[in-house]
Ligand binder design. Structure first.
Ligand code: SAH
Length: 253
């Protein structure tokens, strides 16, 4: 696929950024590498003159930025999301290196929009935000000083995206057989399945939302390891709906 088209399918999502200057720096980092889809989840201060100043010639990226209340909203329509985190989290997707993970991200971008998800300057990403991603990346650093400035972290990943998108790809050899394919499910379709499963588990009594434990993060981790296809989500939801019909349980959604 055309490298520019691939890059246009990558969303850079900044979760709860505190400093408008970092938003501007991220926009500049993106534009230098040919990315333009900026998503801001509940930014503390935006728009702001400091953001424009730090963006310099990338004010157009800021002006086109989409602002959402939650990470889920920023991921609607995406087929793959990568969390950027300096630390491995319990139950989070296992951490990969930027180069390998970006290669996977671009492969997924062949299917639809994908996302790089960055955390807040002080707190990083919350566990819940990480659980919305199917892969995680740590930028290798000095172990005694491992936290990059947000704009710098965006720059490193956007650079890797550009290098990877423009790297020569060997042509795919046709085997004469067309394997079965179904498009991959989007983030919101998978979220719909989680919501459906949760509601069925509540009505059957398997899951008590007042004592959630770590069930839902574990389920997210399980399904985060596979690339659910649209067909598969439909099958799983069909199974859930059939138990609801059979048992007469109500549905939450
Ligand atoms: N103090 C925070 C780090 C905040 S830096 C923490 O300990 O989590 C802001 C964001 O930049 C992080 O949430 C992450 O998305 C990204 N970032 C900074 N350094 C990084 C690194 N070494 N690897 C991956 N992401 C990094």
């Amino acid at each position: 696929m055309n490298p520019e088209l691939l890059l246009s399918r990558i969303r850079v999502v900044l979760c709860r950024p505190s400093h408008p200057g970092n938003i501007g720096a991220a926009a500049r980092a993106m534009k230098t590498m040919g990315l333009s889809n900026l998503y801001l989840v509940a930014p503390k201060q935006f728009p702001d003159p400091e953001a424009d100043t730090r963006a310099t010639g990338a004010v157009d990226v800021l002006q086109a930025a989409k602002i959402t209340e939650t990470l889920s909203e920023a991921l609607v329509g995406t087929v793959f999301a990568v969390a950027l985190s300096a630390r491995q989290r319990d139950l989070g997707p296992s951490i990969g290196a930027p180069r390998e993970t970006v290669a996977r991200l671009l492969q997924e971008a062949g299917e639809g929009d994908v996302a790089l998800v960055f955390g807040n300057e002080t707190m990083g990403l919350t566990n819940d935000e990480i659980f919305h991603c199917q892969a995680a990346v740590t930028i290798p650093t000095n172990p005694d000083f491992s936290s990059l400035n947000l704009g710098s972290a965006v720059q490193v990943l956007c650079y890797e995206c550009r290098m990877s998108a423009f790297a020569e790809k060997p042509p795919v050899v046709a085997q004469g057989v067309t394997p079965f394919t179904s498009p991959v499910a989007t983030n919101d379709e998978v979220e719909g399945f989680f919501g459906h499963l949760e509601s069925v588990m509540i009505t059957t009594g398997f899951y008590n939302p007042l004592q959630p434990g770590r069930l839902m993060p574990k389920i997210r981790r399980l399904f985060g390891r596979v690339r659910l296809e649209k067909d598969e989500v439909n099958i799983l939801r069909g199974v859930l709906a059939s138990t609801q019909v059979k048992t007469g349980y109500g549905r939450k959604e």
